[in-house]
Design a protein around this ligand. Sequence first.
Ligand SMILES: Nc1nc2c(ncn2[C@@H]2O[C@H](COP(=O)(O)OP(=O)(O)O)[C@@H](O)[C@H]2O)c(=O)[nH]1
Ligand SMILES: [Mg+2]
Length: 298
Amino acid sequence: MSETKCGLVAIVGAPNAGKSTLVNALVGQKVAITSPKAQTTRTRLMGIAMHGETQMMLVDTPGIFTPARRLDRAMVQAAWGGTQDADIIALVVDAKGGIGSKVEMILEGLAARPEPKLLVLNKVDIAAKDKMLHHIARLNERLSFIDTYMVSAITGDGLEELKDAFASHMPAGEWHFPEDQVSDATDRLTAAEITREQLYHQLHAELPYASAVETEKYEERPDGSVEIHQQILIGRPTQRAIILGKGGARLKEIGSKARAEISHLLGVKVHLYLHVKVNPKWEDDRAVYRDLGLDWVE
Ligand SMILES: Nc1nc2c(ncn2[C@@H]2O[C@H](COP(=O)(O)OP(=O)(O)O)[C@@H](O)[C@H]2O)c(=O)[nH]1
Ligand SMILES: [Mg+2]
């Protein structure tokens, strides 16, 4: 009988590097929401991937950037917190975007860390090879990475090799989760995240950034279906009209797309009720942070 292994991989990087897409690809199923807009991921979430006898807990973190708001600070704190106790830290860099000030900041933060570090250049499907090699050389000058991988989380290029590399750094030990579990998120949180993903996909940049989704009620009905009530929190009354759309069409579309996806993920029928609530102070409301799974920062 071969020995089981189990360990933690921390995925860090600038916003939009493709961290969540990578975690989903390695798990083989969507566990983290993604969007072309920066700062989609707010909390740290664990995707669980199996590789032979090895279980890898992949910690998807919010991007690391210069925080401006309280919410930003809580997100950056959650990102660094996600690297605690990691057996390996993977720095994901957008191969096309390269090394900007955000990547610089992370390199500085990583320099003092004792954990082994892997460099992952993502989006090789859209990056020019010579530029990529240039980035790799520069990054390796800055930090002693044990290895560099070039991957595409979208096409799957290089992912098997990356999984092998992660697995080789996992310590011997029993699995922490059942073999078929794909994330550490509750169904309740997953449902709220799916709705939030629709906000990112269907609304303009500033609005999703200024909103949050809170679960008011999550209840299983006797027939096995699930009834979910969620509140979309926004800061200003004018934003309500945008989310509702003409005759409520936009909110209806958000709800219908989210409902279909939640139902698909949970494998049961879902009744989803969305309410838009204006609360100018939601970003200063401790209860919201708790619901988002973030620590309150002073
Ligand atoms: N072309 C390409 N796009 C990618 C790849 N990985 C992620 N993306 C896109 O980059 C954007 C940001 O991805 P996301 O996973 O949300 O980034 P995160 O902020 O680092 O978690 C999304 O639009 C993804 O579809 C990749 O390998 N190739
Ligand atoms: Mg993300």
